[in-house]
Ligand binder design. Structure first.
Ligand code: HEM
Length: 443
C-alpha cells in the first residue's frame, strides 16, 4: 500500500541473519538487520568474540549485549578504561601511545584537554559538573526558549505543505541550530559547520569493522577538514576572549576550573568544543527521526500523546531505549583477565558495548520490544551510557526531543508515511534513517 512501511530487508546489501554464523553487525547493509541479529546474540552469544580485533593483533574484540555487563563495565573506569587512554600517559606504557602531534589539531586538543583537565576518575566528575553540566547537562533548561523558537520556525517552513522530508527539514537542522546557538557559532557559518561535523563523524559512518577504521585517503581528507575546523574554533576562542558574548565558548574562556583553581587554556577549550560539536548533532537527529517512525507505526500512541502531553517525557525515553541512535561503540578495554556470562575475556581485549542490544535485554526490561509508558525506571536504558563517562549532552538532547514533540503535537493532528520511503539507514554504527517522507494533517 502506498505510504505504508516497506520492509527494507529486500534492499539491504546483506542477507538477514537466521543463525549465529550469519551475525555480522559491521558489514555493509548490517544496519537493516541489527534488531534480528540482537535476538540471536541474546539467545546464543551475549558475549560474542571478534577474533584478532583487540588492542593488538594477538588479542580479540568482544561484543557485549547484556545490560548487566555493560552497566558494570562503564561504571568501573580503572578496570575497564576507555580505549582512548591508549594514547595517553595515564594507564599505558609509553611504547603503546600514539603521539598527539600525529593527530589533527582538534583531536590533539581533545586528547590534551582530557589529559590536562581530567587525568583521573575524580576529575572526570569535576569536568562534567563544572564545565559541561551548566550548558548541556542538567542546566540545559536555560535553552528552552531558544529551542522552542527554533522548533517553531522549522515547522513554519513546511506546515502549510501537508508533507515534509522530516529528516532534512526538521530532525537534522534542529540539533545543529541549537548547538550552534549554545556554543556561539555565527549563524552564517552553518553550511561550513555541517561540512566539518560530517568530517567529525566520518569514522562512525564510513569506518569499517567494530573499530570504525577509515582508509588512508579518507583519513587524509578528514585531517584536512578537522584541521580547518580546529583553526576556526581557535580563532573564535581568541575573538570571544576579546569580545565576550553570552554563549558557552565565551563562558569557557572565563570560568575558573576549581580542582586546579585556574582558567582554561585555548587548547583545552578547543578540545571541549570539538567534543560538544561531534556529540551534539547527528545523535539527536537520529533519535527524533526514529521517534517519528514509532508514531507513524502506532497512530493510537500518537493520539494518546497528543491528548496528554505529560506522557511525552516517557515516550522519549522509550524511543531512546528502543531505537538507540548510537547502537554500539568499541570504547572500553580490559587491563586484566575478565569473565562475562561465563566467557573468558583476556587482558588487552577491546569491548564493543552494544547499547542498543542491552536496551532490549529481557532480563532487564519486561517485554522489551513494547513501548511501555508506565515502565518503572525508564531512564535505565544505556543509550547515553552510565557512570562517570556517560554522555554529558543527554540533558540538552532530551530537552530538544521533548520540546520537538510538544510543539509538533500542537501543530499536527495526525501523521503517516508518504509514498517513496526506502527506510534505509546510512552505513556505520549509528541508526541514521537517510530520509523520511511524511504526510500530515495540520492542526
Ligand atoms: C540522543 C543523543 C545522544 C546519544 C544517543 C549520545 C550517546 C553517547 C554515548 C553512548 C556516549 C558514551 C561514549 C563512551 O562511553 O565512549 C556519549 C558520550 C559523549 N557525548 Fe553524547 N549522545 C547524545 C547527545 C549528545 C549531545 C547533545 C552532546 C553535546 C552537547 C553529546 C556529547 C558527548 C560527549 C562530549 C561525549 C564524550 C564524553 C566523554 O568523553 O567524557 N552527546 N554520548
Amino acid at each position: 500500500m502506498a505510504g505504508s512501511k516497506t520492509p527494507n530487508h529486500e534492499l539491504s546489501a546483506m542477507k538477514c541473519p537466521v543463525s549465529l554464523a550469519d551475525v555480522d553487525l559491521f558489514s555493509p547493509g548490517a544496519q537493516e538487520h541489527w534488531y534480528e541479529a540482537y535476538k540471536i546474540l541474546h539467545r546464543e552469544a551475549p558475549v560474542h568474540r571478534i577474533p584478532g580485533e583487540g588492542t593488538s593483533p594477538d588479542t580479540d574484540g568482544f561484543i557485549l549485549c547484556k545490560h548487566e555487563d555493560i552497566s558494570h563495565v562503564v561504571k568501573d573506569i580503572q578496570r575497564f578504561p576507555p580505549v582512548q587512554y591508549k594514547m595517553m600517559p595515564v594507564l599505558d606504557p609509553p611504547k603503546e601511545r600514539v603521539d598527539p602531534k600525529d593527530m589533527p589539531i582538534p583531536l590533539h586538543a581533545m586528547a590534551k584537554s582530557i589529559m590536562s583537565l581530567r587525568p583521573n576518575p575524580e576529575l572526570w566528575k569535576a569536568h562534567k559538573t563544572q564545565l559541561t553540566d551548566p550548558w548541556v547537562g542538567p542546566g540545559a533548561a536555560r535553552h528552552d526558549e531558544m529551542i522552542t523558537e527554533t522548533v517553531n520556525s522549522l515547522i513554519d517552513n513546511w506546515i502549510d505543505h501537508g508533507k515534509v522530508d522530516f529528516v532534512k527539514e526538521f530532525a537534522a537542522p534542529l540539533p545543529q541550530i541549537v548547538m550552534n546557538n549554545v556554543l556561539g557559532f555565527p549563524h552564517e557559518d552553518m553550511a561550513q559547520l555541517r561540512v566539518w561535523s560530517d568530517a567529525q563523524v566520518k569514522r562512525f559512518v564510513y569506518g569499517t569493522g567494530h573499530r570504525n577504521f577509515l582508509t588512508r585517503a579518507e583519513e587524509a581528507e578528514q585531517v584536512k577538514d578537522l584541521s580547518e575546523f580546529g583553526d576556526y574554533v581557535q580563532a573564535l576562542v581568541t575573538e570571544k576572549r576579546a569580545y565576550p558574548k553570552d554563549d558557552m565558548i565565551t563562558w569557557l574562556t572565563q570560568v575558573t576550573y576549581e580542582p586546579f583553581d585556574r582558567k582554561l587554556t585555548d587548547v583545552e577549550i578547543v578540545g571541549i568544543v570539538y567534543a560538544m560539536h561531534i556529540g551534539g548533532l547527528e545523535t539527536t537527529q537520529y533519535a527524533i527521526a526514529e521517534q517519528a517512525q514509532l508514531l507513524c507505526e502506532d497512530p493510537d500512541l500518537f493520539a494518546e500523546l497528543k491528548g496528554d502531553r505529560s506522557k511525552i517525557k516517557n515516550f522519549v525515553e522509550e524511543g531512546l531505549r528502543l531505537r538507540a541512535p548510537t547502537q554500539g561503540l568499541s570504547t572500553r578495554m580490559t587491563v586484566q583477565d575478565e569473565e562475562f556470562q561465563g566467557v573468558k575475556v583476556p587482558a588487552g581485549s577491546i569491548l564493543h558495548l552494544r547499547w542498543a542490544a542491552a536496551n532490549l535485554d529481557a532480563d532487564e526490561f519486561e517485554c522489551p520490544m513494547d513501548i511501555n509508558l508506565k515502565r518503572k525506571g525508564l531512564t535505565r536504558h544505556l543509550t547515553f551510557s552510565q557512570g562517570l563517562r556517560s554522555c554529558p549532552g543527554s540533558g540538552i538532547s532530551r530537552r530538544e526531543q521533548n520540546i520537538a514533540w510538544e510543539r509538533l503535537f500542537d501543530r499536527i493532528d495526525s501523521m503517516r508515511y508518504a509514498p517513496g520511503n526506502t527506510f534505509l539507514h546510512q552505513p556505520g554504527i549509528m541508526l541514521g534513517t537517510l530520509e523520511l517522507h511524511l504526510e500530515f494533517t495540520k492542526a
